[in-house]
Write a protein that binds this ligand. Structure first.
Ligand SMILES: Nc1nc2c(ncn2[C@@H]2O[C@H](COP(=O)(O)OP(=O)(O)O)[C@@H](O)[C@H]2O)c(=O)[nH]1
Ligand SMILES: [Mg+2]
Length: 249
């Protein structure tokens, strides 16, 4: 481990072709960034490769989880690790180069004035460079629009996994109570942070589709996010209408 304030949490599942290149790319940006791979016992040996990298680079640590799978839980374990070791700034990013390590300093600079910085594909200046089919594009844009409207969130990209958090916000979000996975995990964290009044900013990024390996996006992940948004949306709506009844009385 190197002495610094920044930890970058990278959940991995079957990313053997990406991890070494990613470590080198992050270190090229700033050799003081610490990197934590949280691997769920990937069958393709990503965990072993990450472990070898951790012996070669003092910046790299590995959390190998056995018998459990999930993007959300992996991030949560990574965040708890960062909190325990007193990191001031904790990032999450994907292992597949969809998120550019060169953007980290830009997010970090903005975090001097806010508690969470979201690498956003949907604000002005942000974009997606991907050969996504109709369904994936629809899912991302409509999914984000639906989450925004239904939860009343003033953010354009609620499902970006490229984020920087100050330790204070992670500490106050009661991470252990969140059991959701995938996009639902990301939406839930954002919603909690917003409800608690933390300053959250979106910073434009260019999201590039992965070149190596496969997406783990599953129907279960999509369904879970949909159910969460409907549940929280209904809660918000019912809360508002009962407030209106009280005001009328
Ligand atoms: N530890 C862990 N990481 C995961 C899991 N599923 C996905 N990931 C990682 O989370 C990141 C985003 O996943 P990805 O498949 O690229 O999702 P997509 O970008 O929505 O298509 C990548 O770094 C994956 O390796 C999982 O079950 N466990
Ligand atoms: Mg990806």
């Amino acid at each position: 481990m190197v002495l610094s304030e920044v930890l970058i949490v990278i959940p991995t599942y079957n990313e053997r072709e990406n991890v070494e290149k990613l470590v080198k790319a992050i270190i090229a940006v700033d050799e003081d960034f610490n990197i934590l791979f949280v691997d769920d016992d990937s069958p393709d040996g990503t965990g072993e490769i990450a472990f070898v990298l951790s012996e070669k680079f003092p910046q790299v640590q590995v959390l190998r989880r056995r018998g459990e799978r999930g993007y959300g839980v992996a991030c949560k374990d990574g965040f708890n690790y960062g909190l325990k070791l007193d990191f001031k700034y904790i990032f999450s990013m994907d292992a597949d180069f969809s998120h550019d390590p060169k953007d980290i300093p830009r997010l970090l600079r903005r975090m001097k004035n806010c508690s969470m910085a979201i690498g956003s594909r949907y604000v002005d200046g942000g974009k997606i460079v991907a050969d996504w089919g109709f369904f994936r594009r629809l899912l991302s844009t409509w999914g984000n629009g639906f989450a925004r409207l239904s939860l009343g969130l003033p953010f354009k990209d609620c499902t970006s996994g490229f984020r920087g958090y100050r330790r204070e916000i992670l500490k106050s979000l009661e991470l252990d109570a969140i059991t959701l996975d995938g996009y639902a995990f990301l939406i839930e964290l954002l919603n909690r942070g917003y409800e608690k009044g933390f300053a959250i900013e979106e910073i434009p990024i260019t999201y590039v589709d992965r070149e190596k390996g496969k997406s783990k996006l599953s129907r279960k992940v999509i369904l879970e996010a949909l159910i969460l948004v409907i549940r929280l949306g209904l809660k918000r709506f019912l809360g508002k209408s009962s407030q209106a009844v009280h005001t009328q009385c």
